[in-house]
Design a protein around this ligand. Structure first.
Ligand code: MRU
Length: 356
């Protein structure tokens, strides 16, 4: 997708270096950063220079490539895989990508291993792009149906950033929106701000602006009243881990949006590639929920009057804060899962019909 009219992907490999768009700097600065070794890759995931489930999976895959360039040794590779998997706990794509890479590299001779690792990491990225494109084509049908009935702008609410910046290209939740926009269907996005890190405001609104898609940032608590007023035609969110029961872990606040959608008969869809399905976990209470530094709540960053990025404390130094990063929306509140293979019911049966 485009930034200032130029096509980008979120991650690429060039001259033995992994290039990323540093998302901690957006929307005020566009910075391409080099990841040169495994430490850089683990750190980029931890501090969220790269974020979003599919993108952290791809970064982990390239992290193993960097580990091999640094030290082509099995125990170093094993330790690097462990460090990558533990860098963020909720998004299953991270473990999925590391496991896929390690399986591919198992038993490979050291003189061939780097080339095979580079190709596999590239394949993971290409596959994600294709899957996200298909998610878009499948989700487009729902938007088209709403438009054909309404014959007016389709208002879509999304939470956090499940846009192209969270993937390699297209995004998950945003892919149907970009496809509708490219087809000339009038769409308008309500972008939840998504406190505390504001990925909805800083990333979703930013990337939609760059592609010319109409959008409005709203505070996280605004979705309910908009649904009561009939100003939301559908919700589409992404997910960091969807378990085999169809329960969906996503950015904190997703659950409350799903409850409001249910109360107001607004369709609530979740868009995901199959790499985000956790087939092993059977109970959503077993999904590890990341708890991040409370400084993300107590401090905010923005541009000061001289256009310098500044971080400020926004509440009393004495106040304590708790920062859970994800919640789980039970399957019963999900109208459907939009995947690369089609749309299915959020249930074990629904998922099994699409994925053997
Ligand atoms: O904490 P983040 O910014 O990595 O969380 C991202 C989300 O919650 C996205 O909705 C999710 O990863 C979907 S990815 C397309």
């Amino acid at each position: 997708m485009k930034i200032e009219g130029k096509e980008y992907r979120t991650i690429w490999f060039e001259n033995n270096v992994v290039k990323i768009i540093d998302q901690t700097k957006l929307p005020h600065q566009f910075v391409i950063k080099d990841l040169k070794n495994i430490k850089d890759a683990v750190n980029a995931i931890k501090v969220m220079e790269v974020r979003g489930a599919p993108l952290i999976g791809a970064t982990a895959a390239y992290g193993l490539v960097l580990a091999l360039i640094e030290n082509n040794d099995q125990s170093f590779l094993n330790k690097s895989a462990e460090d990558l998997i533990s860098s963020r706990p909720t998004a299953i794509n991270l473990k999925w990508a590391v496991d896929r890479m390690m399986k591919k590299l198992s038993g490979v001779n050291s003189d061939k291993i780097l080339e095979i690792a580079v190709n596999e990491a590239k394949d993971i990225c290409e596959e994600d792009i294709k899957f996200c494109e298909n998610i878009g084509l499948n989700g487009l049908k729902i938007i088209e149906e709403i438009y054909n009935k309404k014959k007016d702008t389709v208002n879509i609410l999304t939470h956090c950033n499940a846009g192209w910046l969270a993937t390699i290209n297209w995004g998950t939740a945003t892919s149907p929106i970009y496809h509708a926009h490219k087809k000339g269907i009038p769409v308008h996005v309500w972008a939840d701000e998504t406190r505390p890190r504001n990925q909805g405001a800083n990333l979703t609104s930013y990337e939609l602006n760059e592609e010319g898609v109409k959008n409005t940032i709203i505070a996280d608590n605004t979705g309910g009243i908009l649904m009561q007023r009939g100003e939301v035609d559908m919700c589409i969110v992404g997910t960091d881990r969807t378990i085999s029961t169809g329960d969906v872990a996503n950015k904190i606040g997703t659950y409350l949006k799903a409850l409001a959608a249910h109360d107001n008969n607004v369709p609530f869809y979740v868009a995901l590639p199959s790499s985000t399905i956790d087939w092993e976990t059977k109970d959503f209470k077993d999904i590890p929920i990341e708890e991040r530094n409370s400084e993300e709540l107590s401090h905010m960053e923005g541009l000061d009057e001289n256009n310098n990025v500044k971080k400020v404390l926004i509440y009393s130094k004495k106040s304590k804060a708790m920062n859970l990063a994800f919640d789980v929306t039970p399957a019963k509140y999900v109208s459907g899962l939009i995947t690369e293979k089609g749309i299915c019911e959020a249930s074990t049966e629904g998922l099994k019909k699409l994925f053997k």
